[in-house]
Design a protein around this ligand. Structure first.
Ligand code: C2O
Ligand code: CU
Ligand code: CU
Length: 428
């Protein structure tokens, strides 16, 4: 087993204007993914994956994204609410050698977001090679939760890989869902362990896989608490034994440990067509003496329900299309008034998909007419839509208007996204 790699936090360079500047270099390299072997990879400021970015509500942040690759790509801030031109979707391509400088003010509750490329038709390859990282947003209004990065506040980027015999990444993107690899790495670490030193640990779990869905829990089936989902903290901790996470989703969980114990965090097989197989994700080894953590707060966030107006938009998910249409960069599919609250009804008539909307926060109203479990009642931006199910979302749109530059909504199974299972909307 190998010690879990913890992505370093990138300290921003303070500008004279109080702006926090984050220099990000997209580059090719070689990384040891399988022990004793190296693979050709891509990374941000390193060989594989990227640093954790961290900003606080109210901060003005400026990214300097330098593309040192030989291919054009983009960098999208998944979960971050910002103007469409700063979003890093397929319309904000960064040519090789070029630098992209988006800048915005963070104005949203504490959340675990992430960044990854989003070039039209190429996203699966670029993410798979290693362009991804966490983007943690803090908020003074958030309650006290375990928060010492890398100690009791631990990012877990879960990604499956398929390796060739010599340890290179196999870009096996065939099949209905594209890549479903046999090895699951966490933060790029093969067969990882983590030493627990406190009685509670918060894990920020990101499914950064191309297609795989995991039902995550512990080998001993212990109960733990979900405290946050994609777009921020839940109203109150929700006890679970498992949570299901599809590509692009994040859950924050808090887990109790007793001194000296060992337990395995596991991805269990589920009943959908994209969560076959069981994977040990992370071995947790508790020290003989654990530092006591404060109790979990009974309430975490004030989450008034999103009350939608009369407008309902319907999206039918086909095999690789939405409403019978493939993505067209020149077509605007939906025009939404700034600040709107709408119902988006997502009806999946085929095999499993998921649904991500840029810029927004939503709540899941119901899944096939039934209220979602407690841990799915927080704010989200991505939702699993199992084959032949219908999900209704109450969506809160932001107020950054732009009559020309669209945001995206799409299936986050990257092969489907690349095949065109994506649409564009304007906020005006
Ligand atoms: Cu995580 Cu449109 O993406
Ligand atoms: Cu996104
Ligand atoms: Cu899909």
């Amino acid at each position: 087993t190998n010690r879990l790699r913890i992505p370093p936090v990138l300290d921003p360079v303070p500008g004279p204007d109080g702006v926090k500047r984050f220099p990000l270099h997209l580059r090719a390299g070689r990384a040891e993914l399988l022990p004793g072997k190296t693979a050709s990879t891509w990374g941000v400021n390193g060989d594989h994956l990227g640093p954790t970015l961290r900003a606080r509500r109210g901060d003005r942040v400026a990214m300097g994204v330098v593309n040192q690759l030989t291919e054009a790509t983009t960098l999208h801030w998944h979960g971050v609410r910002l103007p469409a031109v700063m979003d890093g979707g397929p319309h904000q391509m960064i040519e090789p050698g070029a630098t992209w400088n988006p800048e915005w003010t963070v104005d949203q509750p504490a959340a675990t977001c992430w960044y990854h490329p989003h070039p039209h038709g190429m996203t699966s390859r670029h993410v798979y090679r290693g362009l991804a990282g966490m983007f943690i947003l803090d908020d003074d209004r958030a309650p006290d939760l375990p928060g010492t990065y890398g100690v009791d506040d631990v990012p877990l980027i879960v990604q499956d890989k398929e390796f060739t015999a010599d340890g290179e990444l196999d870009e096996a993107f065939g099949g209905t869902f594209g890549l479903l690899g046999d090895d699951v790495l966490v933060n790029g670490t093969y067969d990882p362990y983590f030493e627990v030193t406190t009685t509670k640990v918060r894990f920020r779990v990101l499914n950064g896989s191309n297609a795989h869905v995991y039902s995550i829990g512990f080998a001993d089936n212990r109960t733990f608490h979900v405290v946050g989902s994609d777009a921020g903290l839940l109203a109150a901790p929700a006890p679970v034994q498992r949570f299901r996470i599809s590509p692009g989703e994040r859950f924050e969980v808090v887990v109790d440990f007793t001194p000296g114990e060992q337990v395995v965090l596991r991805g269990f097989a589920g009943d959908s067509d994209v969560e076959e197989g069981e994977y040990d994700l992370l071995k947790l080894i508790a020290a003989a003496n654990l530092e006591p953590s404060p109790d979990l707060p009974a309430t975490l966030a004030d989450l008034p329900p999103i009350v939608p107006g009369a407008k309902v938009r319907r999206f039918t998910l086909g095999g690789s299309d939405i409403n019978g249409k493939d993505m067209d960069m020149t077509r605007v599919d939906e025009v939404v008034p700034a600040g709107a609250r709408e119902v988006w009804e997502v009806d999946n008539i085929t095999f499993s998909h998921n649904f991500h909307i840029h810029e927004v926060a939503f709540t899941v109203l119901d899944v096939d007419g039934e209220a979602p479990p407690e841990h799915l009642r927080g704010r989200k931006d991505t939702v699993f839509v199992e084959g032949r199910t219908k999900v209704r979302l109450a969506v809160e749109f932001g107020t950054h208007t732009d009559p020309k530059t669209p945001y995206m909504y799409h299936c986050h199974i990257l092969k489907h996204e690349d095949k065109g299972m994506m649409g564009q909307f304007l906020i005006v």
